[in-house]
Design a binder for this molecule. Structure first.
Ligand code: OGA
Ligand code: NI
Length: 335
């Protein structure tokens, strides 16, 4: 079976300023009618090198409660490493189509890893203007190198280096997020499987779109992860839902964008908010992004931390295995 990729559609010469119907969103979803224009939202920006621990702690905790999203700067990951990560990812997506198809998700396969064009079952059968690649990068026992690009040859080494450098950033964030709830520094990460925590890399590739005002990249969603650590390229596209409207999130070179995902909302019993977000696409430019999803292993049970529960604060979420959470969410079943 031939699967048509968005990247193929975008290069068709007969598009002539239009896009296939499947990609035209319903009016109540279109960026044209739903985005607050001219306002670029400054989500909180946090300097992780700030020696004032209490200030960093308060900033992370407030941002996670009010927004569910923030950006971090001076995070310790060298800018050159981020550039290299972007370069090798871009080189993969610029390979001839048949070379990318080698990594395609097999038909009928239920896993998340591989090259593909669509993840969720979407509203009214509409599609997002985006292709993607997923592969796990940590822990070693869960890595399937068959889903990692062989080309460019440095892809593997750079992704391994990037993963190594993300680990201390992730640990620092989990420590702050834990303290922000009045828990011990290690408690949240422990609740997510500790050293078994799974790191899943995704690359989004949003080709130029003749009608960006009518289409969406990734449709509105919250991430299932505990947190997501995202590197974008310089093309505007990420939007968050705030006060009933969609806003563009400011691009800050070399910052990492942190999303609070569903599992942290659950563990914190709703204190931290899983951010509702989506992406738009650009008429001339290719947008790319590299979200790294930090998730509990499939068999770990996630529920509100016991210490945050009391008579006045009953659990707002069920406790269940992460794999069951994922199954329900992907199949749009009640949690
Ligand atoms: C995602 C996502 C945002 C982006 O892939 O889950 O939200 O900026 N991506 O591409
Ligand atoms: Ni997302």
């Amino acid at each position: 079976m031939e699967t048509v990729r968005v990247q193929d559609i975008a290069t068709l010469s007969n598009l002539k300023g239009s896009i296939p119907d499947d990609y035209i969103r319903l009016e109540n979803e279109q960026p044209e009618t739903t985005t607050i224009k001219g306002v670029v939202l400054k989500v909180p920006v946090i300097d992780l090198s700030d020696p004032d621990h209490q200030f960093v702690l308060a900033s992370v905790s407030e941002a996670s409660k009010d927004w569910g999203i923030f950006q971090v700067v001076n995070h310790g990951i060298p800018n050159e490493l981020i550039s290299k990560l972007q370069k090798v990812g871009k080189e993969f997506f610029e390979l001839p189509q048949d070379e990318k198809e080698v990594l395609a998700k097999p038909i009928g396969y239920e896993g998340v890893e591989g090259y593909g064009s669509k993840l969720q079952k979407e509203v009214e059968g509409k599609k997002g203007w985006v292709d993607h690649l997923f592969h796990r990068v940590w822990p070693p026992s869960l890595i399937n190198y068959k889903f990692w690009p062989k080309n460019p040859p440095s892809y593997r080494k750079i992704n391994e280096e990037y993963t190594q450098s993300i680990v201390p950033v992730a640990n620092k964030l989990f420590g702050l997020l834990s303290e922000g709830l009045g828990l011990e520094e290690v408690e949240l990460k422990q609740g997510l499987g500790g050293e078994e925590l799974v790191y899943l890399m995704k690359i989004n590739y949003y080709p130029p779109c003749p009608c960006p005002e009518l289409a969406l990249g990734v449709v509105p969603h919250t991430d299932m992860s505990a947190i997501t650590i995202l590197v974008p390229n310089e093309v505007q596209g990420l939007q968050v839902f705030k006060n009933d409207h969609w806003y563009d999130v400011a691009y800050i070179p070399n910052a990492l964008i942190i999303h609070i995902g569903d599992q942290l909302e659950i563990l914190s019993n709703g204190k931290y908010k899983s951010v509702y977000h989506r992406t738009t696409v650009n008429k001339e430019k290719t947008r790319m992004s590299w979200p790294m999803f930090l998730e509990p292993p499939p068999e770990i049970e996630v529920g509100p931390v016991q210490r945050l529960i009391s008579e006045e604060n009953p659990p707002k979420f069920k406790t269940k295995k992460y794999k069951d959470y994922v199954y329900c969410k992907l199949n749009k079943l009640p949690q």
